[in-house]
Design a protein around this ligand. Sequence first.
Ligand code: SF4
Length: 364
Amino acid sequence: MIRYDEPLIRPPSEADSLILQASLGCSHNGCAFCFTYRSKSFRPRPLHELLAEIDWAGENLPDTNKVFLADGDALCLPTQTLLAVLSAISTSLPGVRRVSSYAAPGNLLEKSLTELEELRSAGLSLLYLGLETGHDDVLKAINKGVTAEQILEGCDKAHRAGMKLFLTIVLGLAPPHLAMENARATAKLLDGISPRFAGALSLMHPDDGQRYASRIGDATFRPSTPQELLQECRELVAHINAGGMMFYTNHASNYLPLAGTLQKDKAKLLRALDEASLQAFARQTHCAPGSFSCSLVVAAAVMSVCSEKSLGKCPSAATRDALLQAFARHSRCAPGSFSTSWVIAGSGRRPSSKLEMSSIYLKD
Ligand code: SF4
């Protein structure tokens, strides 16, 4: 039998895998946004229990072709322990073609290149690693325990050992006014690492963000709106330049499930994010996308001439320009409407006065 100790989580792409809990909990267990293993003390599973479970799987689940090693950072286990587990998997489950595990950046720094090469040769071919962000200030605020430079160093070592990496990014970690800067820093780090896979999650708050605000020591923090999260994701995708990276937002926390290969599918991903952003904005302002009222809210917001009371809830200043760009690409407004005039004449440029706004309107 295989005994599971809850809570137990796995990546979406390991839904069909046999899950073995090589360790329980997380050896770091200190990231400000993560409460997954707070109810567990970190401990390795006794090796004899793991070997017995693999033996049982060999007899009862002989068709197993993928194995995932949980919990939070099974890679922190001593290399000899992991090699014993991988050897048992190879013997008892000969059909297994992929063994993967969660890993923390610190695990990669602690293991030597030779150790990682041994693990790769023994069958551990894919690591799911929480990168979260490439912004050093945000990494510090969330208590990740590593800098962007150290993440790059660890990931580079894993790549040199022949392992594939699935890196996880968390949207919404930075306060909204820093979200775009945070996204660009993360894109830069992803470019440096150039992983095979990257996936974004959205930070969810069981309260109005107070618990997270207190953990990062920022009383002014407020959670990003759905539209702001989509804009952050768009900024991230737009600034990734590395090629051949599979990008996903299929985690349940996200507002829009996406999958595509960068750079091949970049334009398609950006279009989908723009469309979803506009929809989210429309829900926020209670205006139908592309309608005159929606156009008016966007244009008025861009010009800072509306108030939340008079024209619905306007987007934050940090997202106005991005909103206008999205609107311009996706406008379905009737010819001659204010919004069409704006899109044609304004081209994303903010008018300097109401007089200029009038002249733009008259050009249509
Ligand atoms: S390393 Fe991963 S599992 Fe551990 S606390 Fe941080 S996010 Fe959670």
